[in-house]
Design a protein around this ligand. Structure first.
Ligand code: C5P
Length: 231
């Protein structure tokens, strides 16, 4: 990659996991470390981009230097931040692991054990932020030139299953690039390395070799740079 080939490009990245509160002390969460999102943020900043990272829970991901970091906790907070900031972004990368559901009720006080066994937790569906951003772009609320990148963490019995799931998700979400990652036992979440495929609307499917999240970030930026309008 050329040094500073992303000079002045405004890149909005979501990273890490969301926490869906149950009561003042408990939440439903996931194992996302934020490492891939932060690696993207660092790589983009190193190439001259103006980077904003909206970050949920992270683990061992360090602090991305030279970027604006906005903390969020829940999917709804992430949704609000992304919607507000999307209008001034040239590139949006949804690397966060967003909870699909949230508890309907957030108890004001710590939920008691009670005497009749576990109380059921009622859940409702969170908005699909990535799909929502694509819809906003369609409606003209976000500039048509904005490049939108998604991630698909998939489990499958074999690698073919993962890619098939990724293809189906790409068709559903409507983003410009989709990074498909195999996840599960020791794969992707929390690890230093990552692998998968990069799917583009041009129909290309590029295999990403198992490599560091840092190098993978560069590959992703290499793929999106040509999609930016000429500057
Ligand atoms: O549908 P799935 O969660 O596998 O899709 C993953 C992609 O969608 C990721 O880019 C993730 O950040 C995004 N996503 C989202 N809002 C959700 C769930 C996922 O933006 N509620």
């Amino acid at each position: 990659a050329l040094p500073f080939d992303l000079a002045g490009v405004r890149i909005l990245i979501s990273a890490g996991g969301t926490r869906e509160p149950l009561d003042p002390v408990r939440y439903l969460g996931n194992h996302s470390s934020g490492k891939q999102g932060f690696a993207l943020a660092r790589a983009a900043a190193a190439r001259g981009a103006e980077v904003t990272v909206v970050a949920g829970s992270t683990s061992g991901a360090g602090e991305p230097a030279g970027v604006q970091r906005i903390p969020i906790s829940s999917a709804m907070e992430l949704s609000d931040e992304m919607a507000e900031r999307a209008v001034t972004a040239d590139v949006i990368i949804m690397a966060a692991a967003v909870a699909d559901f949230r508890p309907v009720v957030i108890a004001d006080a710590k939920i008691k054990k009670g005497t009749s066994g576990p109380a059921p937790i009622e859940l409702e569906t969170n908005p699909d932020i990535l799909a929502g951003l694509v819809q906003s772009r369609k409606r003209g609320e976000i500039a048509a030139e904005t490049v939108i990148v998604g991630f698909a963490a998939e489990t499958g019995d074999d690698t073919g299953g993962v890619l098939d799931h990724g293809r189906a998700k790409f068709a559903r979400k409507g983003c410009d690039l989709l990074v498909v990652n195999p996840v599960g036992a020791g794969k992707a979440f929390g690890t230093e390395d990552n692998t998968g495929w990069l799917l583009s609307t041009a129909g290309t499917e590029t295999a990403l070799p198992l490599t560091s999240k840092t190098l993978l970030a560069s590959r992703i930026l290499d793929a999106l740079a040509p999609l930016l309008p000429q500057r």
